[in-house]
Ligand binder design. Structure first.
Ligand SMILES: C[S@@+](CC[C@H](N)C(=O)[O-])C[C@H]1O[C@@H](n2cnc3c(N)ncnc32)[C@H](O)[C@@H]1O
Length: 251
C-alpha cells in the first residue's frame, strides 16, 4: 500500500468509525459505504447475485463494512469480511456485528468452496494482483455461487492526476481476466444510470464527511485521503473511468 492508500483505507477508515459511533447507529451504514457503491448499486448486485437469507457472503476488501451490513439488512445474508488494512478491520468490528479477518484477497485464509457467494467492491482497481484476487474468489465460492464485482474501469487514456496506487483495468482486460480465471460473466451493467441515494442517505453521508473534516481536517492523512477522493471524483465526472457492476459464476 502507498502512503495515500494507507491514509484512505487505514487511518481515515478508523476515524470514520469514531465519528459514526458519535453520531449514532443510523449513520453506520452510510459512513461504512463512504467512497463505495451507492445503495442502488449494492441492491442491483444483491438481486442479480440472487442472494438469499442464511447464505454466507464473503466481502473481499470490505473496507469499513457498510456494503456487507447493507446486504445483511436487505437479504439476511451472513457476511464474512476480509480486509488487509488493520484500521479498516477495527472500524468494521466496531460498527457491525460480523466476523472480520485481516488478510489479503489474493490469499484468502479459507478452504475451497466454503462460502455461498462473494463480492469485491472497488478493490480490483486498487491492486496489481487482479488475477490472484479473482482466482481466490473462484476457489472459495461454492460451485454455482455468484461473485459480484464493482470495478472502476478506464474508458480512455488517463490523465496524469490519477489517485495514487490505483490501477484501473480496461473493460477488455476485465473480460480477459474473468475468462482466464474460469469464470463466466453472467451480467454486466454500468453503475451510472442507477438511482442516486435517498436524500436521507446523502445527508447522513455528508454529515459524516463534515464531522471528519471538523475533527481531522488539519491532519495530513485526512488531506491526503481527500485529495485521493477528489482525483477519483474528477476521473469519474470527466468520463475517464466508469463504475461497472458484474456478476460472475463458475461454469
Ligand atoms: C475503495 S476501498 C472499497 C472498500 C469497500 N469494498 C467498499 O466498497 O466500501 C478499497 C479497499 O480494498 C482494500 N484492498 C486493497 N488491496 C487489497 C487486496 N489485495 N485484497 C483485499 N482488499 C484489498 C483496501 O484496503 C480498501 O479497503
Amino acid at each position: 500500500m502507498t502512503e495515500a492508500m494507507d491514509a484512505e483505507f487505514d487511518t481515515v477508515a478508523e476515524w470514520t468509525a469514531e465519528v459514526a459511533i458519535d453520531l449514532g447507529p443510523d449513520y453506520y451504514v452510510p459512513a461504512g459505504c463512504r467512497g463505495s457503491g451507492s445503495p442502488a448499486a449494492l441492491d442491483w448486485l444483491i438481486d442479480r447475485m440472487d442472494l438469499s437469507p442464511g447464505q454466507s457472503l464473503l466481502d473481499s476488501g470490505a473496507g469499513v463494512g457498510g456494503p456487507a451490513d447493507h446486504a445483511a439488512q436487505r437479504r439476511s445474508v451472513l457476511p464474512l469480511l476480509v480486509e488487509p488494512e488493520a484500521g479498516a478491520c477495527r472500524a468494521a468490528q466496531r460498527l457491525f456485528d460480523h466476523p472480520v479477518v485481516q488478510a489479503s484477497g489474493s490469499r484468502l485464509p479459507f478452504p475451497d468452496e466454503s462460502v455461498d457467494a462473494a463480492w469485491c467492491l472497488g478493490v480490483l482497481c486498487t491492486t496489481p494482483d487482479k488475477g490472484a484476487l479473482l482466482s481466490e474468489l473462484r476457489r472459495v465460492v461454492r460451485p454455482a455461487g455468484a461473485i459480484g464485482l464493482l470495478v472502476f474501469v478506464a474508458t480512455d487514456v488517463l490523465p496524469a492526476d490519477t489517485p495514487d496506487g490505483n490501477q484501473f483495468p480496461t473493460a477488455g482486460l476485465l473480460t480477459d481476466l474473468a475468462g482466464t480465471t474460469g469464470l463466466d460473466i453472467e451480467t454486466w451493467q454500468g453503475a451510472t444510470g442507477l438511482d442516486p441515494p435517498s436524500r436521507e442517505w446523502q445527508d447522513r453521508e455528508q454529515t459524516v464527511t463534515e464531522r471528519l473534516e471538523e475533527c481531522y481536517g488539519d491532519e495530513r492523512a485526512w488531506q491526503v485521503a481527500e485529495d485521493q477522493s477528489r482525483r477519483m471524483g474528477t476521473l469519474v465526472s470527466e468520463g475517464h473511468v466508469s463504475g461497472e457492476l458484474l456478476v460472475l459464476r463458475r461454469p
